[in-house]
Design a protein around this ligand. Structure first.
Ligand SMILES: Nc1ncnc2c1ncn2[C@@H]1O[C@H](COP(=O)(O)OP(=O)(O)OP(=O)(O)O)[C@@H](O)[C@H]1O
Ligand SMILES: [Mg+2]
Length: 386
């Protein structure tokens, strides 16, 4: 007999964070018959549009977090930058929050992540703690290096690639870690689910092209075009990471494949991940439903992929700020097989994630070129008031 009680519909699920991830979790929660309450600072947030109820409040507003948690049978989150202490205090009172506040606190700190993976013997870039970033510390560690803020980074903010002494002045002035710059062949990712009973289910390994200007995922291919042995090793490594973390939920594990053939852990997100959006259409159980199954103590679903898939993000066009309009959407929707998600964010900003496109095709190359062609028809602009 399991030592936990499954949470069943129509229980209320709380989601801290009302962005696109929260929205897709909410959509799948509704599919399963749950009630959904979202906490987000902006009224009518993407997830709030799906939820039964939205509480308007900041992710660090303890009173609003308490209000959400107390009104729900189970609470989760779609972003990392929330008050982890507040979550732990509420758990101590007996409220179910998954993944736990303790796990979240560890993941929030990139140095603590590295230390955990080191203890578990998992391969990762060489690293060092760096309390006072600058030319001296960099020199001692050796170039080329990557400086990472321990906390608060996302979408590449908080990451500085320092190739040599001439760039040492672009140091970020925050407690950091330094990492050896990996000569990357491919950026890979894999979503792994861990149930309350410890059951594990992993999704197919995917490869990501990162837009260097926006520092965001540009194009994703699933499955990754790597040797089966590499995919197998990547899966074992990602499972090792999730086992080291413990806890229930889905975890987006980012990996590097180096030019010399090494597989290294980059970092983990304790939630559904951008690299798993394709699962919404391409696998039997999406990462969003899987997250709910995992945290609610329900059996994990099949991660089988029906067909190869390509996914591209729809980003706000450079120079455009204000109420969003999707120019070219009608043409894009006319392409046979186009799957388009529009997140429902009121305002666009340059490179803001506003939606995504998924294409399934038995031929991954065709999926890729079609997804790009669809993306290129759409321009996310601001409505001009003229
Ligand atoms: N050790 C490294 N060597 C080479 N490149 C790296 C290294 N660490 C990070 N990068 C590059 O910087 C990008 C962002 O790093 P990381 O994922 O740690 O930051 P982040 O801001 O938390 O990312 P995101 O929120 O986009 O996932 C990586 O996707 C990779 O392209
Ligand atoms: Mg990352």
């Amino acid at each position: 007999m399991p030592d936990f009680t499954a949470i069943l519909p129509p229980a209320r699920i709380g989601i801290i964070g009302g962005g696109q991830l929260g929205k897709m979790i909410a959509q799948q929660a509704k599919k399963l018959g749950f009630r959904v309450v979202v906490l987000d600072p902006f009224p009518d947030a993407p997830a709030g549009q799906i939820a039964d109820e939205q509480i308007v409040g900041d992710f660090n507003d303890r009173a609003r977090i308490r209000e959400l948690v107390e009104s729900c049978a189970l609470t989760t989150y779609d972003i990392e930058h929330i008050d982890a202490q507040a979550l732990q205090a509420l758990e101590a009172e007996g409220h179910a929050i998954r993944p736990s506040g303790k796990l979240l606190e560890l993941v929030q700190d990139k140095l603590l992540q590295r230390e955990l993976y080191a203890k578990a013997g998992l391969p990762q870039p060489e690293y060092a703690r760096c309390d006072e970033p600058g030319p001296e510390a960099f020199e001692a560690f050796g170039y080329p290096l990557v400086q990472k803020a321990r906390k608060g980074g996302y979408d590449g903010r908080g990451v500085a690639i320092i190739a040599g002494p001439e760039q040492a002045n672009s140091a970020l002035a925050v407690p950091s870690l330094l990492e050896r710059k990996v000569d990357i062949e491919k950026e890979l990712a894999i979503v792994v689910a861990r149930g309350l009973d410890g059951a594990i289910a992993s999704y197919p390994l995917v490869e990501m092209d990162v837009d260097q200007q926006a520092n965001l995922l540009d194009l994703l291919l699933a499955p990754a075009r790597v040797e089966p042995a590499v995919a197998e090793r990547a899966e074992q490594l990602a499972i090792g990471v999730v086992e080291a973390l413990g806890g229930a939920g889905v975890f987006g594990v980012e990996l590097f494949l180096s030019r010399s053939g090494e597989l290294l852990v980059n970092e983990v997100a304790p939630r559904p991940h951008n690299s798993g959006h394709f699962t919404y259409e391409a696998t039997v159980t999406s990462q969003f439903e899987q997250h709910l199954r995992a945290i609610a103590g329900l059996p994990l679903g099949s991660t089988q992929q029906y067909m190869p898939a390509a996914m591209v993000n729809l980003l706000g066009a450079p120079g455009e700020c204000g109420p969003a309009v999707f120019n070219g959407l009608t043409d894009a929707l006319a392409v046979p097989g186009a799957v388009i998600h529009i997140y429902g964010k009121a305002e666009t900003r340059p490179f803001r994630k506003m939606g995504h496109v998924t294409v399934l095709d038995p031929d991954l190359e065709k999926a890729r070129s079609k997804a790009i062609a669809i993306r290129d028809k759409i321009r996310v602009c601001a409505v001009s008031d003229g």
